[in-house]
Design a protein around this ligand. Structure first.
Ligand SMILES: Cc1cc2nc3c(=O)[nH]c(=O)nc-3n(C[C@H](O)[C@H](O)[C@H](O)COP(=O)(O)O)c2cc1C
Length: 351
């Protein structure tokens, strides 16, 4: 396949306008990005998101497990090609699996050729093995950046928090050495000291952005059938508070960009995340609920809010409610926890 090589466009301040934003070296027309979802699973969907006004588009993830299965099927094919009477069957597997990696790269190429907005590829996995080499093919296919989603459950109770963080940091440093496009880490908040972990990544120059936070789909129990179940529910606005708090505390503390993900239901949440200090705000659930055209509503809502408050640019309001700008505000402190509990008016439930 003929791969297209692209460079990340240099940041220029001359073209800054009301909504424009910089995200890990990419210059975006505004701060609202379509996060990884099935809406971008093919060129048709990506073009629809671009038409609807997404400032950048994250492609759905290629999973480490998918990659490894494909590699296993391919090596099985080469081991057995001359030995097995059923070679034809392996050729079928080969063809089917080849689709995964090849079609992902083809999607990147097609999107980069057809879209004006940056295309961010996504890998999802956590072991520091050969699958990371696929990042080089992603870069060669023309993706302007790579998002790495590292969802993993630390099931080994002998492994310390320190060693989990060290392993992840080393994985990102390995990835950094492989490619030249910017790398965003889509992470969870569940680290013993998330701020310290972020500082470690920053000190190691291991990432260009943090995407905060990964939303998990924990299992549930059906108490009638005694089954362990799973169901994907789209997010709601209340879920924004955890990422909002951390973005608010991390604004202007580190060299990497901050992307907010989870809980954008309307432009109000976009505004809140920007007030906390996010460089970009990502959305999936809202677009799945209302369709890609909802992107335009989010953008218009942000623009109207800026006008209503007299801000000329997004840059002017970014971080206005962050800890850096409101150091005395005890809402980022333990005091808010105590006061919130004590101020709860339980009598209202019984009136
Ligand atoms: C159906 C669906 C598919 C998703 N696929 C991916 C994926 O492939 N990779 C990924 O990193 N996140 C994926 N996500 C997570 C979203 O990108 C996003 O981070 C999450 O839904 C929280 O944002 P939201 O509150 O705007 O939905 C998916 C979410 C949904 C609902």
């Amino acid at each position: 396949m003929n791969r297209v090589s692209t460079q990340t466009s240099p940041v220029s301040t001359s073209t800054m306008n009301k909504l424009s934003t910089h995200y890990m070296g990419l210059e975006l027309a505004h701060p609202i990005v379509a996060s990884a979802s099935p809406l971008a699973k093919n060129l048709h969907g990506v073009l629809a998101l671009e038409r609807a006004g997404a400032a950048a588009i994250v492609l759905p993830s290629l999973f480490e497990e998918q990659f490894n299965e494909e590699q296993a099927a391919l090596s099985q094919l080469s081991d057995d090609t001359f030995a097995s009477a059923e070679t034809g069957a392996y050729f079928n597997i080969d063809h089917a699996y080849q689709n995964t990696q090849e079609s992902y790269l083809q999607l990147i190429e097609d999107c980069v050729q057809r879209c004006e907005v940056p295309i961010i590829a996504s890998l999802n996995g956590c072991s520091p093995s050969g699958w990371l080499d696929f990042s080089q093919a992603i870069e060669a296919a023309g993706a302007q950046a790579l998002e790495l989603n590292v969802y993993s459950i630390p099931k080994d109770f002998n492994q310390s928090a320190e060693s989990i963080e060290a392993e992840l940091c080393a994985l990102l440093q390995t990835l950094k050495q492989k490619i030249n496009i910017p790398i965003a880490l889509k992470t969870s908040a569940f680290y013993t000291s998330f701020g310290h972990f972020a500082k470690r990544l920053d000190d190691a120059k291991a990432v260009d952005a943090l995407v905060m936070f990964n939303r998990f789909y924990q299992p549930d129990f059906d108490i009638n059938t005694l089954q362990i179940t799973r169901e994907l529910k789209l997010s709601h606005a209340q879920e924004l508070r955890l990422p909002l708090t951390w973005i608010g505390m991390m604004y202007q503390r580190f060299g990497f960009s901050l992307a907010a993900t989870t809980g954008v239901e309307s432009s109000d949440e976009v505004v809140k995340y920007l007030l906390a200090g996010a460089d970009v705000v990502m959305t999936t659930s809202a677009l799945l609920r209302h369709g890609p055209a909802y992107m335009q509503k989010l953008k218009q809502g942000l623009s109207d809010w800026l006008d209503s408050k007299g801000y000329e640019t997004v840059a002017g309001m970014r971080g206005a409610l962050s800890l850096a700008r409101c150091p005395q505000n005890d809402n980022y402190q333990r005091a808010q926890y105590i006061e919130t509990l004590q101020a709860y008016d339980f009598g209202a439930n019984f009136r």
